[in-house]
Design a protein around this ligand. Structure first.
Ligand code: NAP
Length: 492
């Protein structure tokens, strides 16, 4: 695999540097980029938290985390030592105004240059985003060369998202705000753009004349586990649909941008969000299904009900299936079915584009089924693509039709480790390339679209439908497609 060129020196500050996200995802991603030679001398990583830890204690904590979260094949002692030497810890309660000079002093001392790039990654609760930005500004750390990275959740509805955006926007220019949706950093998701726009064969078919419908699924077999208290306030609509699923839908449905740069892709995604059929209370009742897992069997073991995992009665949905349409010239009348849930039979994220039947049946006397062509784009795990088609079974005599598939497995085709989404995204932040990050207007358009669903579900009569853990969600999710004469493509 070609190694991308090194980024510029940077002070990469992680607020919440001792938290789960930092230790499980961000530091392993920085380690892997460092191991591959992408971090130059003078690149420092500064963890900030209230934890009492000096640099050595923090380095020990990160060493443990790397051992746990990086595969042993990718661990290299020299590379680990190189990353650890870049690490510092600043003990700071971000709400303590009087303590911010500590961070300021630490960043000034030993920086690669006066105008070194500064990244501030906010891996803390969103309630702290505004406070942190305000203090960064007060101590003079928010400069034109500073970038701020926001993690989901970006608000819990349109009003709170606007408040977060306004608080951060008072300090940072939009071009220096990087809102992460890690799905956009996945290789297969970026490859979707390349497959669509660097090849000619799909684009003429990629419209309502030839596409029957599109399915987007993000399924997990795990339950809420440790995240119960966060999840119970969020639910699947906010946690998955408003961001990841709508972003995938945008990439499938968007028009070809003139070229790929910081704004054109985001402009086209925004147009898709604006073209989504607005939800009305009647459409919510008819086209959106909420579910919550009950006890069942998952991965061969008994699984508790959601309410038992969170330890309280709850009407939070752990499953959503919905039908929508993109109301524009290209997609008029083509349903897009979205589905996400926890405690489903397996962990898989996939986009399936189902094409229409051939317009004329040329082999009426043949044996065997004809099935419409389907393109499966596997986002995770085992990233790749599979095109289902019909072929003639070899042999003399009559014509026997058989479904076959053309397979592209990333692992087999490129023989290299598929980098984690965060590896790509963190380097894009340092380079100042926001193409794969969500712009403020996109986030707000997505919240505006889900708002009628949230409104309808806030009625006291709303209850998610129960489904046994380990199944494909409530029966109503299957009915949503059966009603249209279709069915979900379960994984093969
Ligand atoms: P976490 O494990 O609870 O970590 C929170 C971090 O913030 C800790 O390092 C904590 O350290 C620090 N912190 C809390 N209050 C602070 C304060 N007043 N001043 C300075 N530091 C403070 O949470 P997490 O799972 O890493 O998640 C962080 C954020 O990312 C959350 O908003 C979460 O929703 C989001 N997120 C997480 C994941 C994930 O995979 N974990 C994925 C997507 C989004 P001290 O308590 O020692 O100060």
């Amino acid at each position: 695999m070609a190694i991308p060129s090194p980024v510029e020196p940077c002070d990469f500050t992680v607020f919440g540097g001792t938290g789960d996200l930092a230790l499980r995802k961000l530091l392993p991603a920085l380690y892997l980029r460092d191991r591959d030679g992408q971090l130059p001398d003078g690149f420092r990583v500064i963890g900030v938290s209230r934890h009492t830890a000096d640099d050595d204690a923090y380095r020990a904590m990160v060493r443990d985390a790397l051992t746990q979260h990086v595969s042993s094949a990718d661990l290299d002692e020299a590379a680990v030592a190189r990353l650890l030497a870049r690490l510092h810890h600043v003990e700071l309660d971000v709400e303590d105004v009087g303590a911010w000079h500590l961070l300021h002093a630490r960043l000034k001392e030993g920086a690669a240059s006066e105008d070194v790039i500064r990244v501030f990654y906010l891996a803390v609760a969103p309630g702290l985003f505004g406070t942190i930005c305000e203090h960064l500004d007060e101590v003079g750390l928010a400069t034109e060369r500073s970038r701020v990275v926001l993690e989901k959740p970006m608000g819990s509805d349109l009003a709170t998202a606007r408040r977060v955006n306004e608080a951060v926007g008072r300090v940072f220019e939009e071009s220096n705000i990087f809102r992460i949706d890690h799905y956009l950093g996945k290789e297969s998701v970026q490859n979707l753009l390349v497959t669509r726009f660097a090849n000619t064969f799909l684009e003429p078919l990629w419209n309502s004349h030839w596409v029957d419908h599109v399915q987007i699924t993000a399924a997990e077999s795990l339950g809420v586990g440790e995240r119960g208290s966060y999840y119970d306030r969020s639910g699947a609509l906010r946690d998955m649909v408003q961001n990841h699923l709508l972003q995938l839908l945008c990439l499938v449905a968007m028009e070809p941008p003139t070229y790929v740069d910081r704004e054109t892709v985001r402009d086209e995604k925004l147009k898709v969000l604006q073209a989504l059929r607005p939800m009305t209370p009647e459409l919510v009742d008819r086209d959106v299904v909420a579910g919550q897992y009950a006890a069942g069997l998952c991965d061969g073991a008994p699984a508790k009900a959601y309410v038992d995992e969170v330890g309280q009665p709850s009407d939070t949905e752990t499953f959503v299936a919905l039908r929508t349409e993109v109301q524009n010239w290209r997609w008029a009348g083509v349903p897009f079915y979205l589905r996400t849930g926890k405690r489903l039979p397996e962990r898989v994220s996939e986009i399936v584009v189902v094409f229409k039947e051939p317009p004329h049946a040329m082999f009426p006397h043949s044996e065997g089924p004809t099935e419409p062509n389907r393109l499966h784009i596997r986002v995770q795990p085992d990233e790749g693509m599979r095109l289902h088609m019909t072929a003639k079974e070899p042999g003399p005599g009559g014509i026997r039709l058989r479904p076959v598939s053309l397979d592209l497995s990333y692992a087999a085709a490129f023989g290299a480790r598929s980098p984690d989404a965060y590896e790509r995204l963190l380097m894009d932040v340092v380079r100042g390339n926001p193409t794969l990050f969500m712009r403020r207007d996109e986030v707000e358009a997505a919240w505006a679209w889900v708002a009628p669903i949230l409104d309808r579900w806030s009625q006291p009569t709303h209850r998610p439908r129960r489904y046994p853990a380990g199944t494909n969600g409530p029966v109503a999710a299957a009915t949503l497609l059966e009603r249209d004469g279709r069915s979900w493509q379960e994984t093969e």
